[in-house]
Design a protein around this ligand. Sequence first.
Ligand code: KIV
Length: 315
Amino acid sequence: MSLTTPRAGASASPLASSLTKVTMPALTEMKRQGKPISALTAYDYATARLADEAGIDLLLVGDSLAMVVMGHDNTLAVTVDEMLHHTRAVRRAVRRALVVADMPFGSYHGTVAEGVANAVRFVKEAGAEAVKIEGPRFELVEALTEAEIPVVGHLGLTPQSVNRMGGYRVQAKTAEAVRKLTADAMALAHAGAGLIVLEGVPREAAAQITARLPVPTIGIGAGPDCDGQILVFHDLVNLTFAPAAKFVRRYADAGALFRSAIERYREDVEHRAFPADAESYHLSEGERRGLGLEPERETDEADAVVNRDAQEWGS
Ligand code: KIV
């Protein structure tokens, strides 16, 4: 092994500095130390970069992108190639967070060998550092672990099972179901899963599983007692078009912000108020004269680049 290009701030000790790369073992260490793990979905370069720079520990390229980015009614339609495309964009943005790719519906529901082959693509072709799979698939988790691919399990309300569940419903609502969920979580950890997402389960169930499990739990609609929390980015900033679920907290109204910015832009275009002269490039005085144009401007300072990419867009 040869470490030829370590990132600035890289260090041998997990959690030693804010730029230390987050790894699966570092997340287990956070559980041991009682430090809450922050996780968020990300699907593109800009938002992944913002989330990474804000110190989010884990970024999941969730198959929820089928709904919030692609506009499907559920997560079932998104393909491996589409997930790879988004995972690559996120990977390019991230320096610190652990990048986890969601395996889409159909990519691990056949043979174990097919599941492993698809998971390898996420690591090899997109730079994912772990893959997430839904349901109690112990044999597959063992095979992925054997293939050196870290696994995030996902139990409770598993959206890829929407047709079997008959909708998105809170799971494990009886003592017997909580016992089964706990046994599944323990078996997934035993098979090698390094992290388990618990979605849409009663707080009491998540608390019991979190207390028993040797690996961290990340909750979404599973109450505050998990080792960490995850939300869908578009829910967090209100870029969705439906009422929020009970467990969602909106931290910003990007929908309203974007809508107003876009409307103001349209009005400016319609009233010829955009672009202004100061937002335009100009010929030099000499060239203006050559075209028989009046000298209108004192200097060429107004050509100063207003764009962020001075190199590319210099006048
Ligand atoms: O796809 C997704 O966004 C997820 C999270 C809700 C955990 O699986």
